[in-house]
Design a protein. Structure first.
Length: 77
């Protein structure tokens, strides 16, 4: 039985979540923006490091996240 490898996409700073630009079940490509954060009046896209399928979304627009918080979980292909 193959083990599913997952990737947790995390916040690198304290920020507000402006938008979540993916849905559970979406196929995503390496480098694709999944979440848009705002910190100090700057918009920061959060990119995925590898291709896969979104298996969980841990945040919603309007949330405040801390450094290291998991934003999205991706099952790697």
């Amino acid at each position: 039985m193959a083990r599913i490898r997952t990737l947790e996409v995390v916040s690198e700073l304290v920020a507000n979540v402006l938008s979540v630009d993916c849905s559970v079940g979406d196929s995503v490509a390496q480098g694709q923006a999944l979440v848009l954060l705002e910190s100090m009046k700057m918009e920061i896209p959060v990119l995925v490091d590898a291709a896969g399928t979104v298996s969980a979304i841990k945040v919603s627009a309007g949330d405040v996240v801390q450094e290291g918080d998991v934003l999205v979980v991706v099952d790697l292909t």
